[in-house]
Design a protein around this ligand. Structure first.
Ligand code: TXA
Ligand code: MG
Length: 355
């Protein structure tokens, strides 16, 4: 058991992207010391909070799996702050389309799969011959990684299976007592995890849709490659082992409902038009319901014309609903385009029913 400490980085330093100054704060000095001692530390990234440890040390990485309760066959992403940290992680050089994508999207929410170097402990990659790598853009993440000058293995800093954390408080709720330190860098901007891609001959396989959208990738690489979302039905022989686990789920049962359905009819059909149900609705749908017909609690997720906002707040909506103790959460589907693709991917994995 740890007496988990939460140390905040000033908002102004984050807004100014003052990586060098952040690296000199007490929070980062302490965090770096823990990492060098093979402990794990939670830190913010632009997507979600990560639970980091030295990716090159088996003993350190094992503690990540333990703190989260993560299955040992689900590999981790190595986070770097500089391309010169790549050779220790990967086999061979980076070239071609991988290089183009890195030049365009790093630092940022794009994770690429490479063949792994012999120096990597098996535990980090869960025994795979490949390794996932990304360079986050959050200045606190960059400050910490460059301070220790080591790649950090870091999954999302939630208890395994729960919604990812987008605020330090979310990490605290899940991992209090299990880790020594949470570096609080405010609210994560993007709110859903990085896009994980694998490059094959002529195909970019999106193993997990995320912060970098399919169209952003297509725009960079043109027609030479087909960009497709990996088939999540392949769960028995998953390309990305994380695809087979139930994920991102609040403890309260979550149902997705299709926007074309009439809400008030659904609520009465399923006998759930009562105050124990929370309905999370878009602005647009909210304008179409007569609130007098609805006894369930309503939460506005914002307009479907601002999918970035919905992505940014998604996990917080789910976590808030859990804290309030509803029996059921009903959430409206969002358009399956742009970052909505990542939102729908997470919702479908979290939901027990789609109506
Ligand atoms: O935005 C993010 O990616 C966040 C922040 C903290 O950087 N991290 C994150 O890590 O979401 P995690 O562990 O929650 O999800 C990593 C995903 C999993 O679905 C895992 O199966 C996949 O990446 N993955 C990791 N290594 C892989 C590999 N070698 N091949 C295929 N998939 C891999
Ligand atoms: Mg995760």
């Amino acid at each position: 058991m740890f007496n988990t400490e939460v140390l905040k980085i000033k908002d102004s330093l984050i807004e100014d992207n003052a990586i060098d100054k952040i690296a000199e704060t007490t929070a980062i000095k302490k965090a770096a010391q823990y990492i060098l001692n093979n402990e794990v530390v939670a830190f913010p990234t632009e997507t979600v909070y990560g639970l980091g440890a030295n990716a090159l040390e088996k003993q350190a990485v094992t503690k990540i799996f333990k703190a989260k309760g993560r299955p040992s066959d689900n590999p981790l992403i190595a986070h770097i702050s500089d391309k010169n940290q790549l050779p220790v992680l990967i086999e061979g050089d980076v070239s071609g389309v991988a290089e183009e994508l890195i030049n365009e999207f790093w630092p940022g929410p794009l994770t690429l799969i490479f063949n792994k170097s012999m120096k990597m402990p098996q535990v980090t990659t869960a025994g795979l011959n490949t390794i996932a790598v990304r360079m986050p853009s959050h200045p606190v993440a960059l400050a910490l990684i460059s301070k220790v000058n080591l790649p950090l293995a870091a999954p999302s800093a939630n208890s395994s299976g729960f919604p990812s954390p987008t605020r330090a408080q979310h990490v605290y709720n899940d991992l209090n007592g299990k880790i020594p330190l949470i570096v609080d860098g405010g609210i994560c901007n993007i709110g859903v995890e990085s896009t994980v891609i694998e490059i094959e001959e002529n195909i970019i396989n999106i193993l997990r849709p995320g912060g970098i959208t399919r169209s952003m990738i297509s725009e960079v690489i043109g027609d030479a490659y087909q960009v497709k979302i990996a088939d999540t039905a392949e769960v028995n022989k998953p390309k990305s082992p994380g695809m087979k686990y139930k994920h991102y789920a609040p403890q309260t049962p979550l149902w997705i409902f299709k926007s074309k359905n009439i809400l008030v009819n659904l609520l009465s059909e399923y006998n759930i038009n009562n105050e124990n149900t929370l309905v999370i609705l878009s602005d647009e749908s909210l304008n179409n319901v007569d609130e007098n017909d609805i006894q369930a609690n309503i939460k506005n997720m914002g307009t479907i014309n601002n999918l970035e906002y919905i992505a940014q707040n998604l996990f917080n909506f789910l976590r808030e609903a859990d804290q309030k103790g509803y029996d059921l959460i009903l959430i409206e589907e969002v358009p399956n385009k742009d970052i909505g693709e990542a939102v729908m991917n997470r919702l479908k994995k979290a939901a027990v029913k789609i109506i």
